[in-house]
Design a binder for this molecule. Structure first.
Ligand code: C2O
Ligand code: CU
Length: 564
């Protein structure tokens, strides 16, 4: 009798949960893919229609299945009555194809990027990146999965039948108002949504299954695990497979991050158990923990009354059913061999400091936040990075809350977290990393390859979308040193060194007018020269891009130079 009571008590918290079958979006693949962002409605609560947006469907988007090496043309149509952009989060594409805040798709317009997939097999995602509106559009439903496949991955014995033993799982916390409309800009995100489904369950076969987990929430960090502390194996991080599966019982996933895991359910047929977030175990200073502040100070309005904060809650119920024919039944012992960039190869180290715009307990926790004393400005290029530079980025968080830092264009390898080497599960390719609070530091190493464009920048930012929208973002261009000298003029005039820190030399001039402009076109110096050779002192100018215009009666060329 006593035993029965105990069992009943254990089950009760999960009654009322898991009435809805998990929605699995259909897939799109091939060399031409159309995506249409549209207005829609979803009945999350009986009798209420909630306004949503989605790509080719009512909420979220079709899952894109891309093959490494294939060239794909997209037609992204904006059927909303407002602007949007579409960013391929994690993919290594040119700045013009990246879909950042400068690449706006106006209402009614179609954007048609075309690129070759250069990325390794892993789980990526796409979402809007319209400046100051990213949180809003993602919250209303705009986000989809990208699954990249490659030869190395397909040679491994891994589950890869979409929707059968390989499942995309996006976890999002949401807030609804009394009319059951989605709200943003609030800490009352107390409703858990999995693939756009409330109270979701998923029937899975009794064999090794693969879950592609994405934290698509605005701010919330999840401390994932399973009931009864069932262990699982992480096989991939943001940008690729790990060297070997890593056995875990907990996996912390911050906004923007992905992780692929394997779960061996061979002996679990007939059982049900839940994917959970054990948020009670999260340390202070993380959104989702009991205390989001690392210091006993400050508060976020509505945070402590939100039932998800600091408690353990269910995300998805798994019901283990009969296995498929030819199931995957073992966990591989090795995966791929990652080749991290070498510290001995670095050209540059950059330090980025996360700070509150306003000091004091409220600013330290709630923001707005800035990077190196600057709030995002569409007109300011924060870094100019030479093509093929290998760099260390050193992130220091001087605020009371952890921030998930994301950079476009590249994948990186974490060197250390608060001075310690990362655990095995974080030694693979990453494009988001959670930076610990109160002088927490992360160093990562990366290389800026393939794409140079002096006009279109790439972004780096906090992936807490509210922070990003409020300006915790910067931008960089990648430039190609070898083509930054105007090709046509190069026989007659040479300019060196470029980049220059001090004296820059102009050689091969005939009598001519030389004008020096800054990147925004302001004239800084003009010199009439009758010599073959001139020197300019660049030391007095800020680092950045500058232009020399050299002209005479038969010659008129502009040269880009960089002050470093
Ligand atoms: Cu997922 Cu710049 O974004
Ligand atoms: Cu942040």
């Amino acid at each position: 009798m006593k035993q029965t009571i105990i069992i009943v008590l254990t089950i009760i918290p999960f009654l009322g949960f898991s009435q809805n079958q998990l929605f699995i979006p259909d897939t799109l693949s091939g060399s031409s893919i159309d995506l249409n962002l549209q207005n829609a409605q979803v009945e999350f609560y009986p009798g209420f229609t909630t306004n949503t947006i989605g790509y080719n469907q009512d909420i979220l988007g079709k899952t894109l299945i891309l093959e490494k090496g294939n060239e794909i043309t997209f037609n992204v149509t904006n059927n909303l009555t407002e602007s949007t952009t579409l960013h391929w989060h994690g993919l290594h594409v040119s700045a013009k194809n990246d879909g950042g805040p400068h690449t706006v798709i106006e209402a009614g317009q179609t954007w048609s990027p075309s690129f070759t997939v250069l990325d390794n097999a892993a789980t990526y995602w796409y979402h809007p990146h319209l400046h100051e509106h990213t949180e809003e559009q993602v919250t209303r439903g705009a986000a989809g999965f990208i699954i990249v496949k490659d030869n190395e991955e397909s040679q491994l014995e891994l589950p890869r039948t979409y929707g059968i033993d390989d499942f995309p799982i996006v976890i999002q916390s949401r807030a609804f108002d009394t009319n059951k409309q989605l709200m943003w800009d609030t800490a009352s995100d107390d409703v858990l949504m999995c693939n756009g489904t409330l109270d979701a369950y998923l029937d899975v076969p009794a064999q090794v299954i693969r879950l592609r987990l994405l934290n698509g929430s605005t701010e919330r960090v999840y401390n994932l695990g399973f009931q009864a502390n069932i262990s699982f194996y992480q096989i991939a991080s943001d940008g690729g497979l790990l060297n070997a599966p890593v056995s875990l019982t907990r996996l912390k996933l911050a906004p923007g991050e992905r992780a692929e895991i394997l779960l061996d359910l061979s002996v679990q047929q007939g059982q049900s158990f839940n994917l959970m977030s054990f948020a009670s175990e999260l340390s202070s200073g993380i959104y989702g923990a009991t205390n989001p502040s690392a210091m006993p100070m400050g508060s976020i309005a509505g945070y402590s009354s939100n039932q998800l904060n600091g408690s353990d809650f269910s995300i998805l119920q798994l019901n283990v059913e009969a296995p498929t024919t030819n199931p995957v039944s073992t966990i591989p012992s090795l995966l791929i061999s990652n080749q991290p960039y070498l510290e001995s190869d670095i050209n540059t180290t950059r330090s980025l400091l996360f700070q509150p715009v306003q000091m004091g307990p409220n600013g330290m926790l709630n923001g707005p936040f800035e990077i190196n004393g600057e709030v995002f400005d569409m007109e300011v290029i924060n870094y100019e990075i030479p093509l093929n530079n290998t760099e260390i980025w050193e992130l220091t968080n001087m605020t009371a809350i952890s921030h998930p830092f994301h950079i476009h264009d590249v994948q990186f390898y974490i060197l250390d977290i608060n001075g310690n080497p990362p655990p095995a599960s974080m030694q693979g390719k990453k494009d988001v990393v959670l930076v610990p609070p109160m002088f927490g530091t992360i160093r990562f190493i990366t290389k800026f390859e393939d794409f140079a464009d002096e006009d279109t920048p790439y972004m780096y930012h906090c992936h807490m979308l509210s922070h990003e929208d409020e300006g915790m973002m910067g931008q960089f261009i990648v430039f190609d040193k070898t083509t930054s000298i105007d090709e046509q003029g190069k026989e007659s005039v040479s300019i060196y060194p470029n980049p220059a820190s001090h004296i820059i030399r102009l050689h091969g001039l005939t009598p001519s007018t030389i004008e020096l402009f800054n990147a925004s076109g302001q004239l800084l110096e003009r010199r009439e020269s009758t010599n073959d050779y001139e020197e300019f002192n660049m030391a007095k100018y800020a680092t950045g891009l500058y232009l020399f215009n050299i002209k005479n009666s038969e010659f008129n060329h502009t040269y880009k130079v960089v002050k470093k």
